[in-house]
Design a protein around this ligand. Sequence first.
Ligand SMILES: Nc1ncnc2c1ncn2[C@@H]1O[C@H](COP(=O)(O)OP(=O)(O)O)[C@@H](O)[C@H]1O
Ligand SMILES: [Mg+2]
Length: 386
Amino acid sequence: MTLGPAASFGEVVDRAHIVICCGTGGVGKTTTAAVLAIEGARRGRNAVVVTIDPAKRLAQALGLEALSDTAHEIDRERWDPAGDGAPDGRLSALMLDPKTTFDSLVNRYAATPEQGERILDNRFYRNVSGALGGTQEYMAMEKLHELHEDGGYDLIVIDTPPTRHALDFLDAPARLLRLLDNRIFRLLMMPTRSIVRVAGVAVQAFFRTISRVVGTEVIDDVVAFFRAFEGMETGFRDRAAAVQRLIAGPSTAFVLVTSPRREAVEEAAYFAARLQETGLSVAALAVNRIHPSFGAALPEGLRERVATLAAAPGDPAAAARLEAAYANLADFRTVAVHERAEIERVRTGIGSAVTAFVPYLEHDVHDFAALRQVGGHLFAPVPGAG
Ligand SMILES: Nc1ncnc2c1ncn2[C@@H]1O[C@H](COP(=O)(O)OP(=O)(O)O)[C@@H](O)[C@H]1O
Ligand SMILES: [Mg+2]
């Protein structure tokens, strides 16, 4: 059972040990992850943010110029320039490099350094370890586990990969387990002669087909790759299971990030439903890049006003300007009303979890000042539709 619905974003960063920011690509996951970690640190926690694909300028601001798989601490004056944060707070950041994480995992479970080397040198491994479907998702989970075990942090905020489907990330450990259980994988682990003996006609045909498409050399590489894994399966399997338990644990909070756009909202609603099915829940919802609502007037009322103004006597130029302004406002109100209607579709799926709204800022969020501005909205005392 995860942390459960929170009453505020403050509660999330105060109480959770692990915060997972999910949502579809481009909605603001990386931004939100950084903002949550900063606020956690400001509230006195030893926080780390694991970013996956930060925009270049955000990476620079966080001191993540080169891919480095280890966390580094950020100077306090950068994230707490006013010096009003809790004195014990600390903030670290790292940028996930799936390849490096995979390599260190291989080394960890290899029975001997030679076995590790054999895998890392394997051509197939070198080609796929960064690109293999789900690798990035799995490695993010893996890094999470490592920071949890050895990092000494009390708040770990993890950004999720820019996959189209937020759920790929959740499913990653299960997918690795499935791969290990896969019949073909098992066959590949056997000595060659047994493969020929045991493998059915279908599997042999399968290999012949692949060889024709990609060349026997590639197949040899693949077979050598899986063979090199001999004996390491158990380590991987246990680890994947532990990761799976960790993300469903009582101090893990899922923060769902969405934009008001229909596709993003649909994905968020689907994600919330899937979480619920597995007995987990969304702790908080961040609706990012929302257009301001400009009061409560209905667009129809504003459009009527435009019509009245057009018919009114007086200075025609001034009336025209006012008319244009009202028409503009009516358009904005239309967008705002639509956006809020969209958001209701996900709100019904998250129970009592808090929803915070972050406006569409005039600039990207690439430095601490802008992150602070976003934080001002997420952690506003009384969240409202604005
Ligand atoms: N509220 C906002 N207003 C304006 N720009 C934003 C806002 N939130 C995020 N951005 C910008 O949008 C881009 C995508 O955000 P990012 O956090 O990287 O999304 P994701 O990680 O979900 O792909 C970044 O350039 C970021 O600075
Ligand atoms: Mg991102």
